[in-house]
Write a protein that binds this ligand. Sequence first.
Ligand code: FAD
Ligand code: NAG
Ligand code: NAG
Ligand code: NAG
Ligand code: NAG
Length: 535
Amino acid sequence: MHLHQFSFLAALAGAIQPVVAVPHSSRAQEGQCKKTTVAILGGGIAGISAAQALHNASVHDFAILEYRDTIGGRAWHVPFGEDKDGKPYTIEMGANWVQGLGNPGGPQNPIWTLAQKYHLKTHYSNYDNISTYNEHGYKDYSHLLEEYDNAYDIANMRAGEILSQNLQDQSAQSGMALAGWNPKKHDMEAQAVDWWKWDFEDNFTPLESSLVFGCAGDNLTSNTFSDHDNFVTDQRGFNILIKEMASTFLKKNDPRLHLNTQVEEIEYSKDGVTIHNSDGSCVSAAYAICTFSLGVLQNDAVKFTPKLPDWKQEAIQKFTMGTYTKIFMQFNETFWPTDTQYFLYADPTTRGWYPVFQSLSMPEFLPDSNIMFVTVTNEFSWRAERQGDEKTKAEIMDVLRKMWPDKNIPEPTSFLFPRWSTEPWAYGSYSNWPPSTTLEMHENLRANNDRLWYAGEATSPTYFGFLHGAWFEGQDAGRNIAAIMQNRCVNAKESKLRECGPRRHYETLKGTSPLADYTAVNGWTANSFYDSNTD
Ligand SMILES: Cc1cc2nc3c(=O)[nH]c(=O)nc-3n(C[C@H](O)[C@H](O)[C@H](O)COP(=O)(O)OP(=O)(O)OC[C@H]3O[C@@H](n4cnc5c(N)ncnc54)[C@H](O)[C@@H]3O)c2cc1C
Ligand SMILES: *[C@@H]1O[C@H](CO)[C@@H](O)[C@H](O)[C@H]1NC(C)=O
Ligand SMILES: *[C@@H]1O[C@H](CO)[C@@H](O)[C@H](O)[C@H]1NC(C)=O
Ligand SMILES: *[C@@H]1O[C@H](CO)[C@@H](O)[C@H](O)[C@H]1NC(C)=O
Ligand SMILES: *[C@@H]1O[C@H](CO)[C@@H](O)[C@H](O)[C@H]1NC(C)=O
């Protein structure tokens, strides 16, 4: 009976999506799996960009396997609240800014290129347009913003020296302290500024972030393109770009796109990759590109067979995946100043406590919407996720009443925030580099395991955390695989690729202190390591 039911469902699934379904218990033989040349795991921007790069290189035999019922990944929007006609607004749970647009004549951020092509509605996000508050209401401590910026310029220059001379990295916190920005633990206004200037972008504290790669990442996006960021309010949703991009090579109901398909196991070897899905179906491919988030990889949500080598496992666990939470509120009126984009709140006891409110109820964003949102990260995100809507809402209302003590602030009519840390297809928001990471360590995150390649936001050394990072990584993986298959990597000069062929990895990552340093003079005594390794 059970077996019968199972095969019926499996057959049905097979009829809808032409992936041959097989009972999971009898491990699918490669011969029974649907065959494709390249399996693209995930339909976020990296997966779609990889598919487009393959298409551009005349590789049309690929299959995109996507967990959800739509493409777009972490560019994810939902309906929220309502307008005057009772129609819901569209708000972005994930990516919300096009970051670093590009200067006229200079290189353009590919996301901005797409935004222009598809007339995405965006508006300049002016981070200088910020008012400062503490628990007694408005208080001007904007001079601290300038102090931070001055120190950052110095720290950034030093970071550049460290990078170019291959010196030892440090935390962004120590780099900033050495450059003159050293906020005291109890100076909560300085702590609020510190949060706004660092955590708001990087998702982690300066103590948890690499100085070198934090600054380099910032440089690469703002110098390569521009330091202009636009906020997206397009009511079609930000991921309309990804859908439009996909429609240039995927037909409606294209059999190569498999939605509602959860990959459970990836079997990789030198000869190919077999992917097993939770519905019992499987795909056997010559190559695969895994674009799952670092959170998915860190949470063992997918099984790798054989077990990933140590160098890959270390890389996966070494980088960090943050949780970045926008908490949306709609009110029956706009009780906050209508001419300012950002409001910074310094809580008297806790850094990161509902620190930045952002108004959408402005002519350039969602006019007369009475919508604002507040952003929290990591422990405050997890706390909000654990305690739920009501307690979180009450805490925010308490903050708002402190910021505007003279106002009679109504309860929100709509209230919503995503649970990024538990979304089984993301397990977090975006990645970061912790202090003292090296490029070689990152190369290990990016490197392929035999025929299994990786792409996505986290594999980008230059633009990690951004949509454009994921776009470039998808393109790079797609191009490389096409070039390998078409034997274009034989003569590197022939191919226009910067780099062609399998990616490099480092079996051994080296520290910087030679064994000769471990001496009594350096205090290295009374230790078995010393006893057995010297003299
Ligand atoms: C809250 C938040 C704010 C952000 N803000 C910005 C911003 O303002 N600007 C910016 O540029 N970037 C921002 N980002 C980052 C940006 O969203 C990501 O860099 C980008 O979307 C990542 O694309 P990707 O293709 O690498 O990964 P994803 O979009 O995660 O795509 C991976 C796909 O794989 C699928 N998948 C996962 N597991 C499985 C499985 N087991 N089986 C099958 N499919 C699976 C997922 O459903 C997903 O569709 C933000 C992200 C978040 C979460
Ligand atoms: C594919 O080619 C088109 C047309 O030249 C280009 O606009 C697009 O960016 C290319 N896609 C990728 C991922 O390289
Ligand atoms: C923000 O910009 C608006 C419009 O230019 C201006 O009126 C307002 O004073 C600015 N607010 C802050 C805090 O800079
Ligand atoms: C960032 O750019 C600035 C200005 O060009 C430069 O001085 C600095 O060294 C760069 N920093 C890094 C980490 O690359
Ligand atoms: C909003 O609701 C509050 C009560 O919750 C009420 O006092 C106020 O007048 C309302 N504002 C508008 C503009 O209707």
